[in-house]
Design a protein around this ligand. Structure first.
Ligand code: NDP
Length: 498
């Protein structure tokens, strides 16, 4: 049977190359469980070749004036915007996310970051500092690019992750070898081709395909200067461990089990909307999801009532239908993982199932083989339940009741993870006091989930290392050189006389 898309090869040195391994895997449409394309798997020799292309391109690219690099990145951002719907269509088929989402978020927020960093470097954002020490001496600093960097992507925001990594990396003058997740690889070659069309020199952005072993070989390669990784905590720990041994720079964007605290004075309607967005957007496959929803005991009845009234607004269905805002999970294995957590919540944790469960949402017959899971809410949860402690990464909300805000904050922080957190309250002082106490790198007040290019994002504790985006995000892609210049004409030496 002919597949929807032609096979994907590897991309390095400015063009596609067939993989030398002779091996392929298939990427699957999660809505129908049907294969979309054969993806060629990179051998070690192919990964070496992609890294070598990055090494050859590095000297010229890192020396290209920032304004000239900016022009190319601007052009790539406009090509992405021109082809928004075409790229979003592929992302929907590959990831199972509704087109209403991929066409308004995935490409857009990726292109925004590219444009942000193009503006930033074009406007002198990578300039160093000068410090006058004395009349005839000063120190200047320079931000130097690192070299060939590895980008490893997760499957939940494929092209957005590729852009969040490559935008800052390339803007800073580095070159990159990028490996997409094997579950959502289709965007990578398209992005590489767009960069080339925008004028990016051959070898600056390269793509290799494969599973974890390809990622492991790439990230531990001695010629890789930095690893930027997005994925699970357990994988991140392995990757960061091997990088540390070789003194590579790392950025780790890992998982979370983030708390959302609704204060007693919160606007109920906003709080319910926030909790819905923090759990069901993207079918719950968002790293920053607020899956532990802390609600004052006094609000139990109205909160649950309003939540249940809004559940029908979650519309599973054909992914290109304008009405659909909820897709399947991204793969069969992930569907099984999420269902096993729901089962555990019912049978072992014995949480109260408010809605959802292990069945499938109502979808047309031709979608019944897809990897669907119902939006699920557990209530009366306790902190020791497995569904409350572990990241599920699906549409599963746990409601936890509390008596005082201080107690909620303390329980919210009782986790090894610290990616995101948020609070809903009308009291400005309370909002800032709670946010100040929450142990997380990304926080929101009276909203949830927005992550604009200007906002540096990254986790605390085991949720990550470093940040992406914003002014701070690009600092992770450069190394500092400090130079002291002395013009006094003689060296202050202690060895001038006996
Ligand atoms: P994984 O950790 O399973 O995989 C992430 C990437 O790492 C994939 O490309 C994977 O390849 C690759 N990989 C697997 N093993 C290795 C290895 N030993 N060395 C190098 N690379 C390897 O994560 P998921 O894809 O399941 O993504 C979901 C996770 O990502 C969730 O925990 C989520 O919270 C987190 N995430 C964090 C974000 C953040 O910004 N903090 C944003 C988005 C997601 P392959 O899949 O092909 O095997």
């Amino acid at each position: 049977m002919a597949l929807t898309f032609p096979p994907r090869e590897l991309y390095y040195n400015g063009q596609t190359h067939p993989a030398s391994s002779g091996k392929t895997f298939q990427t699957i449409n999660p809505a129908t469980a049907t294969p979309l394309a054969d993806i060629q798997i990179a051998s070690h020799a192919d990964i070496d070749a992609a890294i070598a292309a990055g090494e050859r391109a590095f000297p010229a690219w890192s020396q290209t004036p920032a304004i000239a690099r900016a022009r190319i990145l601007h052009k790539a951002a406009s090509l992405l915007r021109e082809r928004n719907d075409e790229i979003a269509r592929v992302e929907t088929l590959d990831s199972g996310k509704a087109f209403t989402e991929t066409s308004t978020v995935d490409v857009v927020t990726g292109a925004d970051v590219l444009e942000y960093y193009a503006n930033f470097i074009g406007g002198g954002g990578l300039n160093g500092e000068t410090t006058q020490l004395r009349e005839d001496a000063w120190v200047y600093t320079k931000k130097a690019a690192l070299g060939v960097c590895a980008g490893i992507g997760a499957w939940n925001y494929p092209i957005q992750i590729a852009l969040w990594k490559s935008a800052a990396c390339l803007a800073a003058g580095n070159t990159m070898v990028y490996k997409p997740s094997e579950f959502t690889p289709l965007h990578a070659q398209t992005l590489a081709q767009i960069y080339t069309e925008a004028g990016l020199p051959a070898g600056v952005f390269n793509v290799v395909n494969g599973a974890g072993d390809v990622g492991a070989y790439l990230t531990s390669h001695p010629s890789i200067a930095k690893v930027s990784f997005t994925g699970q905590v357990s994988t991140g720990q392995k990757v960061a461990g091997s990088a540390a041994g070789n003194m590579k720079y790392v950025t780790m964007e890992l998982g979370g089990k983030s708390p959302l605290i609704i204060c007693p004075d919160a606007d109920l309607e906003s709080a319910v909307d926030g909790a819905m967005m923090a759990n069901f957007y993207s079918t719950g496959q968002v790293c920053t999801n607020g899956t532990r929803v802390f609600v004052p005991r006094s609000l139990k009845t109205p909160f649950e009532k309003r939540l249940l009234e809004k559940i029908p607004f979650i519309r599973a269905g054909p992914l290109f239908d304008d009405q659909t805002n909820f897709g399947p999970l991204s793969s069969k294995v992930h569907q099984e993982k999420v269902l096993s957590y729901i089962r555990h919540g019912i049978e072992s944790d014995k949480a109260t199932l408010l809605c959802g469960g292990t069945g499938k949402p109502d979808v047309p017959k031709d979608l019944l083989d897809g990897f669907w899971v119902k939006p699920t809410i557990f209530t009366d949860c306790t902190d020791d339940m497995r569904i409350v402690k572990e990241e599920i990464f699906g549409p599963v909300m746990s409601i936890l009741y509390y008596d005082t805000v201080d107690e909620a904050v303390q329980r919210a922080n009782a986790t090894e993870l610290g990616l995101a957190a948020g609070v809903f309250t009308k009291d400005l002082n309370q909002a800032h006091r709670v946010i100040d106490q929450l142990q997380a790198g990304i926080t929101w007040v009276n909203t949830w989930g927005e992550s604009p290019a200007e906002m540096a994002v990254g986790g605390w504790k085991k949720s990550g290392l470093g940040v992406e985006n914003g002014r701070r995000g690009i600092e992770a892609w450069v190394q500092n050189k400090s130079t002291l210049v002395d013009m006094c004409g003689s060296v202050a030496t202690v060895f001038a006389k006996l």
